[in-house]
Write a protein that binds this ligand. Structure first.
Ligand code: CTP
Ligand code: MG
Length: 180
């Protein structure tokens, strides 16, 4: 029961978990803020690029499509009831995750943190909050039906742990400059 809730919550959030990691691998090129500053500081910084954002969003949407295909057989094998992702939900989760991370960079620059500086708490939850807000905006019925209160608790507790784990791995394999 509890395990089922955890697995269902992670499944529902996968299209939001993957985009930021894809962006790390795909990043580079023109920064979104084109180097513009606001009050002596970069608006967003060189770590937020058009290519990283576009690739990250596309990878999240493609993953959701793949999960839609894999869901039926996995449900049959496990007895779980897994959500499918309509296009709006897939896009909302993926784009919202990228948007939350971009908003966090905006806040980091405003608080004087250089690119790559850690902002504990914000770093671990920015993309989750962004994904939930945007998916609710673009697919409110789906979001309400999918994310029960128990699932939201799971998402808010499990995500920081997953995020820390994947970033340490990305750091160890040299894909990321800092382990956060
Ligand atoms: N990235 C990107 N576009 C995004 C998000 C990430 O190109 N929208 C790429 C960048 O190459 C970035 C890397 O992924 O350097 C790591 O992402 P992140 O840790 O979010 O960026 P930081 O470089 O640490 O910058 P910030 O301090 O603004 O978070
Ligand atoms: Mg960073």
């Amino acid at each position: 029961m509890v395990v089922g809730t955890i697995l269902t919550a992670l499944w529902a959030m996968l299209p939001a978990y993957v985009p930021n990691n894809a962006a790390v691998l795909a990043g580079g090129g023109r920064p979104i803020d084109s180097g513009r500053e606001w009050g002596d500081r970069r608006l967003l910084g060189d770590g937020k690029t058009w290519r990283g954002t576009a690739v990250g969003t596309l990878v999240g949407v493609a993953l959701a499509a793949g999960l839609n295909g894999a869901g039926g057989p996995i449900e049959a094998a496990t007895g779980l009831s897994l959500p499918a992702f309509p296009p709006a939900a897939a896009f909302g989760l993926a784009a919202g995750a990228m948007g939350g991370d971009i908003a966090a960079s905006f806040l980091k620059r405003r608080s004087g943190r250089e690119r790559g500086a850690a902002f504990p708490g914000l770093d671990q939850l920015d993309f989750v909050v962004g994904a939930l807000v945007v998916v609710f905006a673009v697919a409110p019925g789906w979001t309400r039906a999918t994310f029960t209160p128990a699932m939201l608790v799971v998402v808010l507790v499990a995500t920081p742990m997953l995020h820390i784990g994947t970033n340490v791995i990305a750091y160890l394999i040299g894909a990321k400059n800092e382990p956060w």
